[in-house]
Ligand binder design. Structure first.
Ligand code: SAH
Length: 296
């Protein structure tokens, strides 16, 4: 497919990049090729791209005969993207590019994929995402994980380190546990700031997430588990008894301590020392100990 024909006139000067939208456009062709290799899209496979920007990844995906659903929030990019990737009206090729105009974090993906576009799922996600919304993007992908097979995402190295962290350390937190219980994560490769225009201040990493059909450990009540993670890691230097006191308002401190010990938890343990499996078991215990009147 000759996709480069419209590309010559498609240039955005670095000074026009919008900082508030996390615009750092990929320039390094070697990195683009490595992303596509890691994603390994099959011909005809549907791929979601969050923030196509100028469309460099989009072009590489289309060249592999993937079908791309691109979600872009920047109005100034809508027309150039449409011009670059829309087929001429007399083309006999099937339409393989859809631009969804808007904020990815506000999209109802079930409606878009299953009703509006009538896609057969699961689809793959391939994106160099806006770094300032990496965490909400990840939790949104987890929320809609039934729609996805895998995600290949460029993000800032510091966030990648948190995702790959082991229990006990400084980087282990809500992101590690919240994402790690639903995905296998392949550490991919590191990317230097100079690969982008304008260059970000930090190093980046492309990670590959495989969504598990079932969470790694059975989560009885996902909402309660999410709330417990938030409570534990927002007081990560405290002993676990403290955040639990704020949740189990029906019980006195001593009563919670007794129950924790009986269930095999040390009340003075720090949140970051609990493995994901222990956190899930703790959430189950909290669910049993709580009364309806509690802040659950
Ligand atoms: N993928 C392109 C651009 C990366 S920069 C490349 O690699 O060159 C991040 C892109 O995400 C920008 O195009 C920005 O406009 C877009 N973006 C920022 N916030 C967004 C949101 N909430 N929803 C969809 N796109 C968003």
């Amino acid at each position: 497919m000759n996709l480069t024909s419209n590309s010559a006139s498609f240039k955005i000067s670095p000074r026009k990049a919008k900082k508030r939208l996390g615009q750092h456009f990929l320039r390094d062709k070697g990195v683009i090729a490595k992303i596509i290799d890691l994603a390994a899209p099959a011909a005809g496979e549907t791929v979601l791209e969050i923030g196509p920007g100028e469309g460099v990844l989009t072009e590489a995906l289309l060249a592999r005969d993937a079908h791309v659903i691109a979600v872009e929030t920047d109005k100034d990019l809508w027309q150039p993207l449409t011009e670059r990737f829309s087929l001429p009206p007399d083309s006999e090729r099937p339409v393989n590019f859809h631009l969804e105009k808007g904020d990815f974090l506000k999209l109802d993906l079930d409606k878009l994929f299953l009703q509006d576009l009538q896609l057969s799922t699961p689809v793959a996600v391939v994106a160099n995402i806006p770094y300032q919304i990496t965490t909400p993007i990840l939790f949104r992908l987890i929320k809609y994980r039934h729609l996805f097979s895998r995600a290949i995402l460029m993000m800032q190295e510091e966030v990648a380190v948190r995702l790959l962290a082991a229990p006990g350390g400084r980087d282990y937190g809500r992101l590690t546990v919240g994402v790690g219980t639903h995905c296998d994560i392949n550490p991919g490769f590191k990317v230097a700031p100079g690969s982008f225009s304008p260059p970000p201040k930090v190093w980046s990493r492309v990670l590959r997430f495989e969504f598990l059909a079932q969470p790694r450990y059975k989560i009885t009540d996902q909402a309660l588990f999410d709330r417990l993670l938030l409570a534990l890691f927002s007081q990560r230097r405290k002993q676990i008894i403290n955040p639990l006191k704020g949740i189990l308002t029906n019980l006195k401190r001593d009563e919670i301590c007794e129950k924790l010990v009986a269930a095999g938890f040390a009340p003075d343990a720090r949140p970051a020392t609990l493995t994901p499996e222990e956190m899930i078991r703790l959430a189950d215990c909290v669910g049993q100990w709580a009364k309806k009147s509690c802040k659950l």
